[in-house]
Design a protein around this ligand. Structure first.
Ligand code: CA
Length: 228
């Protein structure tokens, strides 16, 4: 469900992580050092980074700092992986703004739970949790949307768009933000495309009378709101 960049120089651990994450349904992008991690990120922004502390060349902490300084990568959820357990390391890691910290050796189950918790908090639209707003319910696991109990027919883009809006309600999203979050960044689509899919989304929601939840905010973008 999520695309996870794993930065780890030890082959055995990288392999173990890859197997576990794939088993949990995630897509894994492996990197063995900070340079190849950056090269990967320049191509595709992952949903989360699992970052080893001790890497050859630039350290994990230096990479985390760099990611936090760049506007494009600043919101990236990061979980630190490290063999160190000393308190001052944890403080240093948390000061760079990482989201969580897992000490090796870790159980795959614990790691999966930490990843899920961070994604829930930081990127709820990539989890499989069902979302309920008003009479509208979206279930990513079954790919179903219902409004007042009635099954609604949505295309794949409209489904992702609604999932994103429902997991980030009451906020105004610009067309550019929606393109980045729903279509994926580095995808060159005209901003007008968003309007087309919003129109289709409203049409798909109309049998249940939920289309009014999707508001146009003049000059800014779109918002899913229950307020009006
Ligand atoms: Ca290492």
């Amino acid at each position: 469900m999520a695309t996870i960049l794993v930065v780890e120089d030890e082959s055995a651990i990288l392999e173990l992580l890859t197997i576990n994450l794939k088993h949990a349904g995630h897509n894994v992008l492996p990197a063995r050092d900070a340079e190849s991690a950056i090269a990967t990120i320049n191509n595709v922004i992952p949903d989360l980074v699992l970052l080893d502390w001790m890497l050859p060349g630039r350290s994990g902490i230096a990479l985390a700092k760099q990611l936090r300084e760049n506007k494009r990568t600043r919101p990236l959820p990061i979980i630190f992986l490290t063999a160190r357990s000393e308190e001052h390391d944890k403080v240093a890691a948390l000061e760079t703004g990482v989201d969580d910290y897992v000490t090796k050796p870790f159980s795959p189950r614990e790691l999966a739970a930490r990843i899920k918790a961070v994604l829930r908090r930081r990127a709820p639209h990539v989890t499989d949790d069902a979302v309920l707003i008003g009479d509208l319910r979206l279930d990513p696991a079954t790919h179903r949307v219902t409004g007042k109990g009635q099954l609604l027919e949505l295309g794949p883009v409209e489904f992702r768009l609604l999932h994103y809006l429902m997991t980030h309600p009451e906020r105004v999203h610009s067309r550019k933000q929606l393109l980045d979050e729903v279509w994926g960044d580095h995808v060159f689509v005209e901003e007008r495309t968003v309007d087309v899919h919003i129109r289709r989304l409203r049409m798909a929601l109309s049998p249940s009378g939920s289309e009014h939840l999707i508001e146009t905010v003049r000059g800014s973008g779109y918002r899913l709101s229950q307020m009006s």
